[in-house]
Each structure stands twice: as structure tokens, then as C-alpha cells.
Design a protein around this ligand. Structure first.
Ligand code: NAP
Length: 301
């Protein structure tokens, strides 16, 4: 079967379309035939060799997102032919999803949203789970105030929509004027591009997607979650009674089922910039690296 692998770190030129044997599935696993996947920042960093300690051994198959069709549901209750989505924690397991067949624990797999096609659905798993799990940690109630930094990015844009669906009041910090319309259209009240314009002590919680560390924005006794692992820990705010975390996404089929429901109810809209065939992975990575994106880049099988 075809897979996208690297056997050394570097620019997109190190991506190779190779022929490898099918995965061996173990007890409690589901085998999925891939229809599409997508590119996330972690894939770019892994390919470059920027992750460092904890990177799976070379050669490795890249990829975290998966949208496809069940080939063998094992004892999961999923039927062969059923459309599913999944997220594989590629860095911890080495199981990349940029392969024609992928075996994953049944708990990492969920039935796909019915209202979008399989390519669009492939843009949901990693950013969607990061958004729902971090929002769960922030434990916001309807009417509470949330600041999202990077609110027009993949994770931030989904977090904005999910928080609004739960009645949370959201303000947004985005990187450029072109992103303000997206944030407003998806329910953000106040949208700024200048971190200095963010309200001090204005928020019950902050969801920080790029390591802005706007710690003055959160009220005493509030919550501050970052997902920017590379930026290091959130400064200690315990003297102000603020709880902090750097959230690490985890495989979570129940979270994916919740996300699929939000998509099917129209509460979450997915954004795709473009789709490339799996044989065009290098061009897709170049596109990803140029930035200025308004949605995800998918890879199709
Ligand atoms: N810890 C975890 O488990 C986990 C999980 C998923 C993602 N992540 C990490 O979280 C980050 C976001 O992921 P993503 O998929 O949402 O990436 P993304 O789609 O590239 O979104 C990042 C957003 O932040 C914006 N941004 C970056 N620097 C900014 C700045 N200085 N001021 C204002 N906005 C800024 C970007 O704007 P531009 O488009 O203008 O650059 C973009 O809209 C990545 O570093 C990723 O590796 C961590």
C-alpha cells in the first residue's frame, strides 16, 4: 500500500511516496481505508526535525488526521464500509495516517459527520479534538467570557465556534485584518489584531493557540490554557488564583463523535483551503509553509 514517509529530516523534498506492507491490527483495533487526511503544524515540525526528543524512529509515516471507510471493525461495533474519522497520536505511537490502510485503537475512531464529504471531514480530527479537550479543561459556562488568541487558525476557529455553540461570550485576537471578518462571522464579539488592545482582567478564561501569554487578560481566579507546546509553560499565575495548563491533545473517539454532532447540527463549519492528491504531498507541504491560509490543506488517496 502507498504511504508518505520520511527517512531523514528536512524540507518538503524529504517526503517520499513509498510502497509498504499493510498494518498489522491488534486486539481492540479497527482497520480503516483512508480517503483523505490533512496537514497540521505538527507534521511540518516533525518533517523538519523540530520536535526533538520523542520523535518516532526513521523511517516514519507522517500524519494525524484520518477520514475513511472501515475495512475491519474488529469487535468495535463499527461495520465494514462505515464512514469514520480518527486521530492518531503519531508522535507517541509512530502510527501515521498518511497511508492507504491505518490500524488504530477503536477508542480513537468515530462515525464521520454525515453532512460533509470525507475530504472536508479529514480537516476536523486533530484541531477539533484540541479545541474540545482544551475547552473541557477551561470548563466555561454559558455567559462566561473567553479570549481566544489565533482565533482564525485551525484550532482557534473551531474553538470559537464550539464555545459559541455553548453560549460562551468570545472575543478574538487574530494576526491580520483579513481574519477579522471570519472571527466576527463566527460569533466573536470584539476582534482585535493588536495584543495591546486586549482587555486587561477582561476574561474568565483564555485559550491561547500560539503562546501569546496575555496573562493580564484573565481575571483573578480564572483559567489560562495554551496549546503552544513549543512556547513552553504558561507563567505561574497561582498567586492570582489562576489555573494554567499547556494542553496536549489525546486520541478520543468520544470527542470526535461530539464534534461530528456539532458539524451535523450546523454549529461548526469546516474550512478547506485546498486538496492535493497523495502523490502531491511535497507541493501540499510547500503550500502549507507559505502560510496566509484561510482553511486546511487536505491530502486525498
Ligand atoms: N498541544 C497540542 O496538543 C496541540 C494540538 C494542535 C495544535 N497545536 C499547536 O497549536 C498551534 C496552532 O495550531 P493550528 O493548527 O491552529 O495552527 P494554524 O491553523 O496555523 O493557526 C494558528 C493561528 O494563529 C495565528 N497567529 C500566529 N502567530 C500569531 C501572532 N503573533 N499574533 C496573532 N495571531 C497569530 C495564525 O495567523 P497567520 O495565519 O496569520 O499566521 C493562525 O491564524 C500550532 O503551533 C500547533 O502545533 C498543539
Amino acid at each position: 500500500m502507498r504511504a508518505i514517509q520520511i527517512d531523514r529530516f528536512g524540507t518538503p523534498d524529504v517526503l517520499r511516496l513509498v510502497d509498504v506492507g499493510p498494518p498489522e491490527s491488534g486486539t481492540g483495533e479497527v482497520v480503516v481505508r483512508s480517503v483523505a487526511t490533512s496537514i497540521n503544524p505538527v507534521d511540518d515540525k516533525t518533517r523538519e526535525g523540530a520536535i526533538g526528543e520523542g520523535t518516532p524512529p526513521l523511517p516514519m509515516t507522517l500524519g494525524w488526521d484520518l477520514s475513511g471507510v472501515v475495512v475491519d471493525g474488529g469487535d468495535s461495533g463499527l461495520r465494514a464500509g462505515e464512514r469514520v474519522i480518527a486521530m492518531s497520536h503519531q508522535l507517541s505511537s509512530g502510527r501515521g495516517t498518511w497511508a492507504e490502510l491505518v490500524a488504530l485503537p477503536a477508542q480513537a475512531v468515530a462515525v464521520a459527520p454525515q453532512s460533509v464529504g470525507p475530504v472536508e471531514a479529514a480537516t476536523l480530527p486533530l484541531p477539533g479534538l484540541t479545541a474540545v479537550q482544551t475547552l473541557d479543561w477551561l470548563a466555561l459556562s454559558a455567559g462566561e467570557r473567553l479570549l481566544i488568541t489565533g482565533a482564525a487558525g485551525a484550532v482557534g476557529g473551531l474553538a470559537l465556534q464550539i464555545a459559541r455553540a455553548h453560549g460562551v461570550e468570545v472575543d478574538a485576537l487574530v494576526s491580520r485584518d483579513a481574519q477579522t471578518a471570519f472571527a466576527r462571522a463566527h460569533g466573536a464579539d470584539r476582534v482585535v489584531t493588536d495584543p495591546a488592545a486586549v482587555r486587561e482582567r477582561g476574561y474568565d478564561a483564555v485559550f491561547d493557540t500560539y503562546g501569546a501569554f496575555l496573562t493580564e487578560a484573565v481575571v483573578d481566579g480564572g483559567r489560562y490554557a495554551s496549546i503552544a507546546t513549543q512556547a513552553g509553560p504558561v507563567p505561574d499565575l497561582s498567586a492570582r488564583g489562576v489555573r494554567t495548563t499547556v494542553h496536549q491533545v489525546r486520541e478520543d473517539g468520544a470527542g470526535l463523535a461530539e464534534l461530528a454532532g456539532l458539524v451535523d447540527r450546523g454549529a461548526v463549519r469546516l474550512r478547506m483551503e485546498s486538496a492535493y492528491g497523495i502523490g502531491e504531498a511535497r507541493a501540499a507541504h510547500e503550500h502549507f509553509r507559505r502560510g496566509g491560509l484561510t482553511g486546511k490543506i487536505a491530502l486525498t488517496f
